[in-house]
Every structure is written in C-alpha cells, then in structure tokens.
Write a new protein. Sequence first.
Length: 116
Amino acid sequence: QVQLVESGGGLVQPGGSLRLSCAASAITFSIYNMGWYRQAPGKQRELVATITRGGSTSYVDSVKGRFTVSRDNAKNTVYLQMNSLKPEDTAVYYCNANLDGKWNYWGQGTQVTVSS
C-alpha cells in the first residue's frame, strides 16, 4: 500500500523557518514527480512547489526566494525548506506523488501555523 507521510509542521513565529519532510513507501520513488500543496481554511488547495524526477524545480510566485524543494531518492523522501515564513503561509501542507498523470498519491497533511 502506497503511503506518503508528512512531518515537520508546527507553530512558528513570522520570519521563522520550518522544514517539512515527506517519506514515501511502496512506490519507485525516483521515477515520480513530487509536489507540495497547501490549503488554508476557506481556500482551495494550491500548488506550492514541485520537483521532477530529473530534479527540476518550480514554485508559486508567493514563495519564490523563501521556499526550497529538494529530494533524496536514497531515502524516498522529499523536503520543503520554508524560510522567512509569513502568516499567510499558514495552511495544511500536503505531499503529492505523480507519475505521468496516471498514478497520483497524497499524504495526510501537516499543519503549519505562522503566528506571533
């Protein structure tokens, strides 16, 4: 059974940092494109960052220069380093694994709260 397990969320003050991790199991991790999404209360889920199986990355404009996505294929894990956090970054963050638009898996989400 495929599992994506996120960790690393929590409460942080504005300007602080967090690193999210997403550990995958029961998939050939290295061939999947990975993504981080977030959903704030009352809002639609939005794509935050992606990293392809080849290592190419992309970001939503609101996090460019502050967030960094990376992957470690040996550990079947994708990361999201979040710096200079703002209150508007508060959301549940979800990990996604996608293979050619056909195979698509989600984690359970981890809460990130940015507040003083």
